[in-house]
Design a protein around this ligand. Structure first.
Ligand SMILES: [Zn+2]
Length: 295
């Protein structure tokens, strides 16, 4: 989806304008075809719209109103909206909607970035998900890169703005275990162990979305240490040890930073160094609620 060209940066001066400027390109130029209803934030965004509106059948011709929708769909106005099967993953690739957002750095400059906001079909409540650490209300800071600048987290000295993952509060030394992501195919693979968000382990997960395979990278940050045997190339499955909660790179708070990123097509994440792993040209940061398993 083409999000460019953007309005001049001057139009990003207020958070309200940001929201509008970001949304506007998403709904322009999609007339015709199923994507015409795929506005960001539209509750129908992740559903495939059956374009043939339900027409009256002989059985219903004597009754006012549209015919009922097929079994795997629900009526929405004049159309039937297809509901994804269990196994269809995130459905149509357009459901994995990359959105361009922006925030101001400490010098007041606006930076634009792509991010994948939470899909409408995923619960907003962080307690609905299963995490790499035991977690009952332990999410102390959530994903906010989809929010207007003024509502994003500001690090104390403003060195960082926004938060691309979730921070999970747990005691030092608590085991961190892998979570298989939604619609994952096969085992995951450790692709990086080393400094990034403090001591960090990165794993690659292949996911079926809309009939195609895509890779996601999960990042486990601020670890006290990686688990024994965890190194690039290690195959890991749900429940396998990844490391231990710590405060490396985060001396003020012992916690796990957990982040999910969608690997751009054609990129081999196992060949990326730590900075490239979180570079928007290789991977797109994603609301972790899109991929975390539900409890
Ligand atoms: Zn964090």
């Amino acid at each position: 989806m083409s999000l460019r060209p953007f309005a001049s940066l001057a139009s990003f001066r207020s958070p309200i304008t940001v929201g509008l400027a970001v949304l506007a390109p998403m709904t322009v130029g999609t007339a015709g075809g199923a994507s015409s209803t795929l506005a960001i934030g539209d509750a129908r965004a992740a559903l495939r719209v059956t374009m043939s509106a339900p027409t009256a059948t002989p059985q219903s011709s004597s009754v006012d109103g549209p015919a009922p929708c097929p079994a795997d769909s629900v009526p929405d106005g004049d159309v039937c909206v297809h509901l994804p099967d269990e196994d269809e993953g995130a459905e149509d690739p357009s459901a994995v909607m990359t959105q361009t957002s922006s925030h101001q750095d400490k010098a007041g400059r606006w930076s634009l970035y792509e991010q994948i906001p939470r899909r409408f079909d995923r619960p907003a409540n962080y307690d609905a998900y299963r995490y790499p650490v035991a977690c009952d209300g332990c999410v102390v800071s959530g994903y906010d890169l989809d929010l207007p600048d003024a509502l994003q987290r500001r690090e104390r000295r403003l060195r960082q703005v926004g938060h691309g993952g979730v921070d999970l509060l747990q005691k030092r030394g608590t085991p961190v275990t892998l979570v298989a992501v939604e619609h994952q195919r096969g085992e995951a693979e450790v692709i990086y162990v080393g400094p990034l968000f403090g001591t960090t382990v990165a794993t690659r997960h292949t996911v079926r979305e809309g009939g195609q395979l895509h890779d996601y990278v999960l990042l486990f940050g601020h670890l006290d240490a990686p688990a024994a045997g965890v190194q690039a190339g290690t195959r890991v499955k749900d429940g396998d040890a990844i490391g231990y909660v710590g405060d490396t790179g985060s001396p003020s708070l012992v916690h796990l930073h957990f982040e999910a990123r969608r690997v751009r097509d054609g990129v081999d994440a196992s060949k990326l160094g730590p900075s490239a792993l979180v570079d928007g040209s290789s991977t797109v940061v994603c609301d972790p609620r899109n991929v975390l398993p539900l409890r």
